[in-house]
Design a protein around this ligand. Structure first.
Ligand SMILES: [Zn+2]
Length: 249
């Protein structure tokens, strides 16, 4: 799918890197869709981004990086992928290790469809309540699962519940792994959220943050159901999608 899209690019003939290929995705889908306006290729380094806890990513006002946590989940992730594909949008998925191992095909499909993948803890634990050894064992298991699924070491990590610990921050820093927090969320983990409720919250939160890293959950049925409206809303409001990617190891 990815290479097919690259070859059909209007810039055909050039050997396109992943970053340019993402930029061409919108052109392929036509001007009616949201599309992916550009890719932001980050080095593999011990940086930390997301203004909820850290510095901002180098984005322009109105640029949005879409991220999904807690998958892959067969009941909802395919619907999320379908909605993204329909709008030519590329996102970043922070997967938990346990479902990644259980649903390996689905995890690999996420990557094969052009999205980037980071780590979100093997288990979705409150690491601050765990002994150091257990925190480090979870990271090691997560890294092993990612390496086995995708053939490369993971470049980025998002803490479950955004609860950072000094133990894991130190371990990630020592390995040059980027921590990604958030700039805006829509609280899509709250029960009984309709698409319109989530879309209204999206508009309000992005107005505050002026774009940035958006946190969503592909493991939530209500998020999968709302995603077509959320993407349409982003398009309608003039937001531009930036796809985060990391340099090859
Ligand atoms: Zn999570």
């Amino acid at each position: 799918m990815v290479s097919h899209r690259m070859h059909r690019s209007a810039l055909g003939g050039l050997l396109l890197g992943a970053s340019l290929a993402a930029g061409s995705a919108g052109a392929d889908c036509g001007p009616e869709v949201l599309g992916t306006s550009r890719s932001l290729m980050l080095p593999r380094e011990a940086a930390a981004y997301g203004t909820a806890q850290h510095q901002a990513l180098p984005l322009q006002p109105g640029e949005v990086v879409i991220t999904f946590d807690d998958g892959p989940r067969p009941e909802s992730t395919p619907q999320v992928l379908q909605a993204l594909k329909a709008q030519c949008v590329r996102a970043t998925f922070f997967m938990n290790g346990a479902p990644l191992v259980r649903h390996l095909d689905l995890a690999q499909r996420v990557s094969a469809e052009g999205h980037s993948v980071g780590m979100h803890g093997f288990h979705h634990s409150h690491f601050a309540t765990l002994p150091e050894a257990e925190q480090l064992a979870d990271l090691k298991a997560m890294q092993r699962a990612h390496q086995q699924a995708f053939g490369v070491p993971a470049a980025a990590y998002r803490f479950p519940f955004l609860e950072e610990t000094a133990t894991l921050r130190t371990a990630l820093k020592a390995q040059g792994i980027t921590v990604l927090s958030v700039d805006a969320g829509v609280d899509d983990w709250l029960p009984a959220q309709t698409p319109q409720m989530l879309a209204d919250r999206l508009v309000a939160r992005l107005a505050e943050s002026r774009g940035g890293i958006l946190l969503l959950h592909d493991a939530q049925d209500q998020t999968a159901a709302a995603l077509p409206l959320l993407l349409k809303t982003l398009k309608h409001r003039g937001y531009r999608i930036v796809h985060l990617a990391w340099e090859a190891p």
